[in-house]
Design a protein around this ligand. Structure first.
Ligand SMILES: O=c1ccn([C@@H]2O[C@H](COP(=O)(O)OP(=O)(O)O[C@H]3O[C@H](CO)[C@@H](O)[C@H](O)[C@H]3O)[C@@H](O)[C@H]2O)c(=O)[nH]1
Length: 450
């Protein structure tokens, strides 16, 4: 007994597994040296050109590709995954020692981000394996939509059944739309009790789905008799006061009940910057630190003028001034010395924007045909070998479908999709091949829409 106690306290809670990626590193360095050679070639032969424009454009595009490749190599250089052991943690600490955790969910438009998907996110988070009295879920609605609020109210009713069900049967896939797909039918040897509860839960989820679906199909009419919905009457999504509603409260602090569920739509006025998701996240971060008189303090924090003259968005919280605020915030955090623990994500993370230089590069052969100029070396010229080994790709990444039926092996790969946007790219490609065959040089330029 004593041995097992000692074991459970001395074993690590996490392990970092470093991957041996020497072969991949070697390939990446070879590609990098080819790209550098291309850029050097451009500089060396610049003065020999009759027309400078295509050469200059090619130089700029290729410099950009090289820079991108350097970033990509840096990101992938040290690859590791972190394996965690939550079961060991549970042997060391009691429920009462778990820290409070606040969960933020953002949404800005119930049409572009369908409410049922947002609500599945909410449900999966409410059912996480964590003491419910230590959890609070905040839904930030930048669309100030009564439909989102209505969906949240209905969802927290359904959650009263869904969360205990997940905990009782240790359900790992906690978003109902994924759980109730055809693959997860109860097995014959599952207990009768489980089979009955499963069917009941599926029926209840079907009803929730129908309610949200019906409400999304018509303009939402605010019920003037209901105090909860009356506040949405006449609001405009970019001009409205703060709306905060406590949808569900675990007043007794019972670990098996539902966590707190809070709806927030921060004040928006046309003359005030709201900083999109970064602004929403900063309001959420401030609100959760509000003193006990929640609603009054929270309404003050969520007002337009609250952060004027403060360090929010510059020194503190999510960084303002970028359309990819999470990237900027992540870089700022890294700049202060923090390091990410998990480097390989599943599916693979999106690594950056590069479409404009690639499309420009793909258009260069056509431009050269029209103007009778040249930007690639001929077969008998020295630079030809460099271009033979360089492959450019401009394609969309495969991603998993909503029901998870995709073959995992294709995740993250670059493939052609069904979009008609592929047509200009393919025309440019064919044009390039014909042109290059004619003049005796050849370069693989594979292009498709981002
Ligand atoms: O005023 C806003 C605008 C957006 N959002 C939310 O922010 C998220 C991202 O939306 P958007 O800014 O439209 O960017 P997307 O192109 O949809 O998302 C990609 O780009 C974002 C910015 O880098 C990342 O946060 C996302 O993870 C990434 O998928 C969504 O949850 C929105 O609901 C808000 O809360 N308020």
């Amino acid at each position: 007994m004593a041995k097992s106690t000692q074991d459970s306290t001395s074993l690590p809670l996490q392990e970092t597994i470093v991957h041996n990626n020497k072969a991949a590193r070697a390939i990446e360095l070879v590609i990098l040296s080819l790209l550098v050679s291309v850029v050097v070639y451009r500089v060396v032969y610049f003065k020999d050109q009759d027309q400078y424009l295509p050469w200059l454009l090619a130089f700029l595009c290729e410099s950009w590709f090289t820079f991108n490749w350097i970033l990509s190599v840096c990101i992938k250089w040290n690859q590791c995954t972190t394996k965690t052991y939550p079961d060991r943690l549970l042997k060391r600490v009691s429920d009462s020692e778990f820290p409070p955790v606040d969960i933020f969910v953002t949404t800005a438009d119930p049409i572009l981000e369908p409410s049922i998907i947002t609500m599945n996110t909410v449900l999966s988070l409410l059912a996480v394996d964590y003491p419910a009295n230590k959890l609070a879920l905040y839904l930030s609605d930048d669309g100030c939509s009564p439909l989102t609020f209505y969906s949240l109210v209905e969802t927290s009713e359904f959650a009263k059944l869904w969360v205990p069900f997940c905990k009782k049967y240790n359900v790992q896939v906690r978003a109902p739309f994924r759980y109730f797909n055809s693959k997860s039918m109860p097995l014959e040897d599952d207990s009768l009790e489980f089979q009955q509860e499963w069917k009941m839960m599926k029926k209840e989820y079907g009803e929730l789905y129908k309610k949200i679906d019906v409400a999304s199909r018509r303009p939402f009419t605010c019920d003037r008799d209901s105090e909860d919905f009356a506040v949405f009457d006449g609001v405009h999504r970019s001009d409205h006061p703060t709306i905060i509603k406590v949808v569900s409260e675990n007043k007794e602090g019972i670990p098996s009940n539902l966590p707190h569920v809070i709806y927030i739509s921060r004040e928006k006025r046309p003359k005030h910057q709201h900083h999109y998701k970064a602004g929403a996240m900063n309001v959420l971060m401030e609100i959760r630190r509000s003193p006990s008189d929640f609603s009054v303090a929270a309404i003050h924090v969520a007002s337009c003028s609250y952060e004027y003259g403060t360090s929010w968005g510059t020194q503190v919280g999510w960084q303002y001034g970028s359309t990819t605020e999470d990237v900027l915030t992540g870089l700022t955090i890294h700049g202060r010395g923090w390091r990410s623990a998990i480097t390989s994500t599943d599916p693979l993370a999106f690594l950056g924007f590069r479409s404009i230089p690639e499309l420009c590069y793909a258009t260069l052969p056509a431009y050269c045909i029209i103007t009778g100029s040249q930007f690639l070396p001929k077969v008998n010229e020295q630079g030809f070998l460099i271009f033979m080994g360089t492959v450019f790709e401009v394609t969309q990444k495969e991603h998993r479908s909503i029901d998870g039926d995709n073959d995992n092996e294709t995740d993250g790969r670059f493939t052609f999709d069904k979009s008609p946007m592929i047509v200009p790219g393919v025309v440019i490609l064919l044009d390039s091949i014909v042109h290059d065959l004619e003049i005796g040089s050849f370069c693989f330029v594979v292009c498709a829409p981002m």
